[in-house]
Design a protein around this ligand. Structure first.
Ligand code: ACO
Length: 319
């Protein structure tokens, strides 16, 4: 039986930090409101010169170093991003060039905050099908460029960053199962609805969100998808050693854990220092928990995410 296995993780956060106190000077908000409603204390903001592919490159180098892989060994690149460098070419192609390699397939996946789950599931299937041996899977975002910095209901929530993993062929799991879902009828509750026409921005290019609806939907589908994973793999919730959720909001994370009966000691939460980094949040949290030694060989690690689209999904890994 052929599986795919993560052999290296990496993360990158831009140098500039924007605290809740900084935001108090920009919009009518308070550190107390942001902390209590979201769990966020600070977020990182990319420099004007940095693009999503630059953040991705830094995270990819860390993952390659951790996995002992050189760029030439990579034969598939998938980048999950909602904030690509440009409309085209894809951020994956730009990243491939920055890595100094050519020839292997490289493409972007657009599933907003579930993007990394979609990308990882896709890379896993490529490897299991024998179509590649070593994949670089990245989530990279610069949400600071698509936020309306006068809208306090959205600008306090997000941050910039990138996370990456190296996935390689293995005869042992590895990724045990992946589960992807979407429901396009919810597209308007979380969107950046603008577009381009005749060289001009058309419509609102910034993130708009019905916060309460997103909250309820997120908790509902995250609980459902975790049960789907447990049933398919004949597991109990107590068999999960680590839950690594998309880092949108500590209240969504806590509500989901409570509904599942999973103690918070088994949940990796990193959003206090990073905010919601969309497709980058899961690989960034994974990287932190791997590097600080929380995640150990043989443990069951469940990644789960939900985002605009609406999209949601989960990937179960035997570490
Ligand atoms: N500072 C101070 N007050 C604020 C702020 C702010 N930054 N933002 C909104 N408010 C005000 C509102 O204007 C409102 O005031 P009003 O009562 O005078 O009208 C009041 O706070 C309450 O607003 P609500 O939207 O009802 O606040 P709520 O308690 O629902 O919290 C939040 C808002 C944090 C967005 C919440 O709905 C939530 O967590 N939603 C989930 C959405 C989320 O996490 N999105 C991330 C992206 S989606 C994803 O990644 C899956």
């Amino acid at each position: 039986m052929m599986y795919s296995k993560i052999i290296g993780t990496g993360g990158y956060l831009p140098e500039k930090i924007l605290t809740n106190h900084d935001l108090e000077r920009m919009v009518n908000t308070s550190d107390e409101w942001i902390r209590s409603r979201t769990g966020i204390v600070q977020r990182h903001i990319a420099a004007d010169s940095e693009m999503a592919s630059d953040l991705a490159l830094n995270a990819s180098r860390e993952a390659m170093k951790a996995g002992g892989i050189s760029p030439a060994e990579i034969d598939l690149i998938i980048v999950a991003t909602t904030t690509p460098d440009m409309i085209f070419p894809s951020t994956a192609c730009i990243l491939q060039n920055k890595l100094g390699v050519k020839g292997c397939p490289a493409f972007d996946v657009q599933a907003v905050c579930s993007g990394f789950i979609y990308a990882l599931a896709t890379a896993d299937l490529y490897i299991r099908a024998g179509r590649c041996r070593t994949a670089l899977v990245v989530g990279t975002e610069i949400y600071s460029r698509i936020l309306d910095w006068t809208d306090r209901s959205t600008c306090v929530l997000f941050g910039d960053g990138a996370g990456a993993v190296i996935l390689t062929r293995s005869d042992q799991p590895g990724i045990i199962s992946s589960h992807l879902h979407a429901d396009g009828s919810y597209s308007s509750i979380l969107a950046a609805p603008g577009n381009f026409c005749g060289g001009k921005a058309q419509g609102n290019p910034f993130v708009v969100m019905e916060g309460n609806t997103v909250f309820k939907f997120a908790v509902k589908v995250l609980e459902e998808v975790v049960y789907e994973v447990l049933v398919e793999n004949n597991l109990q919730i107590s068999d999960i050693d680590w839950l690594i959720p998309h880092q949108a909001n500590i209240r969504i994370i806590c509500s989901t854990a409570k509904k599942l009966g999973l103690p918070m000691e088994k949940v990796v939460a990193t959003l206090d220092g990073q905010g919601n980094t969309s497709a980058a949040s899961i690989p960034l949290a994974l990287d932190i928990a791997v590097r600080d030694g929380r995640i150990k060989t043989g443990q069951n690690v469940l990644l789960e995410g939900v985002g605009g689209g609406f999209t949601w999904g989960a990937v179960l890994i035997r570490w």
